[in-house]
Design a protein around this ligand. Sequence first.
Ligand code: SF4
Ligand code: SF4
Length: 401
Amino acid sequence: MSDFNFSLLCGETGPLTTSSRPDRLRLSMEGLTPILGVGEQVLAGTKVAVGNGPDKGDLHAPLAGTILELEPHSMFIEMGSGGKLAPVTPCVEGGDPLRQWLKSMGMDVGALYKASTLIINGVPPEPGISAFEPLLRDYRKTLELGLETIRKVIEPTKMFLVAAKGNRANAFANCTVAHVPPVYPNGLDPLVYKAILKQEVLPGSRPKNATILSVRELYAVGRVMETGRPVTETVMTIGGQNRLVRVGTPVGLLAAEAGVQVQPGDRAVLGGPLRGLAAVNLEQGVDKDTYGLTLMRREAGFETTDNFCLGCGACERHCPARIMPGMISRCAEFKQFERAEAYHIHSCMECGLCGYWCTAQRPLLQYIRLAKYELALLAGAHAPDTPPDDKLKEQTGDTPC
Ligand code: SF4
Ligand code: SF4
């Protein structure tokens, strides 16, 4: 792993292509309440679940079919005959009515609030993810429509398009183009905020004066406005190719389409190599916010261990949040979750660098995510949908591929 490339440069990428029509879909129900049950027929665009809370977007069936299974965490739909719902007329209002309409059309709207500065993040989130490149090059009209729409909610006075230096960043609308060095983790939202606002923002928090959306989110809003149809696709990088993929498409189908053979012991990771989540199995479907599929070969030496922390400090030296991942992992390991707060766990932006550099190959990011999950339970902030044991298993790998 020592020759891993942290560069965020994309180079010239091919056009965005549409992934094949799957014969089945497995939709994640995380953060959603289903409104249809087993045996019901759906058309493409039928709403199948509503988002819990004020920010989570509703979920719609990407294709026509029949719901065959409904579990606490997923809905399985077998594709069948049937068409698509007629498009709806886009909302012409601004402010909260538009925000609510976008939520009902499947957009997560947590970043849509009034702020004086709007930042469009066009920096690849992880090495090897280039999905922003064809969007910025070939879908400018869609992006401009998306921007025009969200401006009616955010009402910014300043707008920035942020790109990695050396990648494409043609200005659109009235955005000022800004650059960050093309090295991971500079594309993560807290670091982009820091580069533009010159102030640090707690990961996941809402600064009063600014908000941030990715180019992918802007594209999704533009598509909803262009087509009058809900969000049922995600833009992903798979094996260096950028594809438009229907939400719920099983990981195994995407790997096969990309000509990738998944061998026993390999891990299929939803996202990129540093902060992605290992798929539970090859039938797991992709989500609206899945931006990549990365295959980690068994022989690549990414195995984590339950070794003790050596106290060597290597993780601290690479942590962009300047916290102590080793100490936090020890708190999680011994179920001392509240003690992790004394080590500023909430400043962690989940970049995964500590785990990458850990001398003892401890699963540091997974420990941190587990501790955050347990702290959220303790705070009663929300009831996470996945039981902790499943969550840890999911995040530490063990993909039965
Ligand atoms: S994942 Fe690790 S290195 Fe990255 S911010 Fe969190 S503690 Fe620091
Ligand atoms: S790099 Fe690993 S072994 Fe070293 S202090 Fe951090 S957690 Fe402990």
